[in-house]
Design a binder for this molecule. Sequence first.
Ligand code: CP
Length: 307
Amino acid sequence: MLKNKDIVSMNDLSAEEIQEILRTAEFMKNIVVSGNKKAPNLQGKSVVTLFYENSTRTRMSFELASKYMSAASANISASASSVAKGETLLDTGRTLDMMGTDIIIIRHPMSGAPALLSRHVNASVINAGDGMNEHPSQALLDMFTIKEHKGRIEGLKVAIIGDVYHSRVARSNMWGLSKMGAEVVLASPPTLMPLHMDKTGFKVTYDVEEAVRDADAVMCLRIQKERQQAGLFPSVREYFDFFGLDQKKLALAKPDAIVMHPGPMNRGTEISSFIADGRQSVVCNQVQNGVAVRMAMLHLLARRRSE
Ligand code: CP
């Protein structure tokens, strides 16, 4: 049973709760890959996705997860709602509450927006990505994918390489993977690494080869052009040479290492097309597992609300 009504940060989930979500997702994956994607788990519940930022994978997988489990589901894009007329986040949230919404899934450019919303609504709130802060459902699907391929998370070396500074995926994975006993190594140019990251207890390096050496999983991060101030690295070509994952760098990892990317990928910037489509890539598995993991999150939150 989840202890909180919301999932806004990996920091709020205990190792036991993470394990429960991953176990539940195994059952949910059977539904996703079956010919009959219809389960009654969310019958009588309503789910709203409230997205203030673009998304393909996260929004679609939450929407499909809701539909596969028979929820009444709806989607609001900020640009097509009363937000465009100046309505505040809290007024929008309260409006959804009054309509009987059980679960609100929010993506917002401001760090902390989901946490703020969660304190002002009765609905359960899931953080689908807030600014540079966190993206817990991505970390959970990443952990599920690692466990599926490696049989465990504990004791594995996971290299997270690229734009750590702007990455909510990196932050949620750091908290989640370390809680589950993995060794996390972060690698980026100094301009794309948050200050004092080395004091958090995580291994930090500016040398991708050091991070990738003997890794069990290599997680590439997207260069976030929409959040970049100009001049954080000299050129895309130079970035790829030093920090992009190619055959030469991947050869340093364990021979059976998996390659991950949350998507959307900038091919030729943080990852070569050869690696993105290669035999070690699990990028497509991550997308498929995203639906199963989000089904598990919705099911467990709905069950908590019912009980
Ligand atoms: N990984 C991820 O969050 O992708 P989207 O932006 O497409 O949702």
